[in-house]
Design a protein around this ligand. Sequence first.
Ligand code: IMP
Ligand code: MG
Length: 175
Amino acid sequence: MAEHITTLISEEKVTERIQQMADQISRDYEGQSVHLIGILKGSVFFVCELAKRLSIPVSMDFMSVSSYGSGTKSSGVVRLIKDLDDPIEGRNVIVAEDIIDSGRTLSYLMENLADRGPDTLRLCTLLDKPDRRVVDVKVDYTGFEIPDEFVVGYGLDYDQRYRNLPYIGVISFDE
Ligand code: IMP
Ligand code: MG
């Protein structure tokens, strides 16, 4: 089965949008610091680009959860694979995610993090597929709303591949 990738959002557009998001966050947290939490592995590219552009003090941590198998459909099961290294109590936490699809992963994660007593807790996502939402999640910063298509690149994978594409593409398959 051959795989084709067509560009949905160019590298230039992604970079430009991340700069705008970083400017917004820097303004919102002026005079404070933020603790960015990247959700492995998908958000790594995004969270690094975002962090580099913030003009306020930043610390970073990572956690890993799994909600997908190897295909393109959500399993509905969320599993904590790697926890944070440090406590988040009393911090301004911003969770950075690659994409919100059904919302299952993030709704589980945000509840889990809220229980740890952060001072503030917000959610930032590069991509959102609102049409696919099954569980309600409050998103504070969104890069792009995209249609219900399976995308790869900029950290997003299909079966662990294509994460390294510098743009966001739609993957399609033909026999
Ligand atoms: P949710 O729990 O259904 O919101 O799933 C979120 C996770 O599913 C993301 O962090 C991705 O790992 C994965 N995912 C959802 N949609 C896509 C896609 O279009 N491409 C690649 N991964 C996706
Ligand atoms: Mg992910």
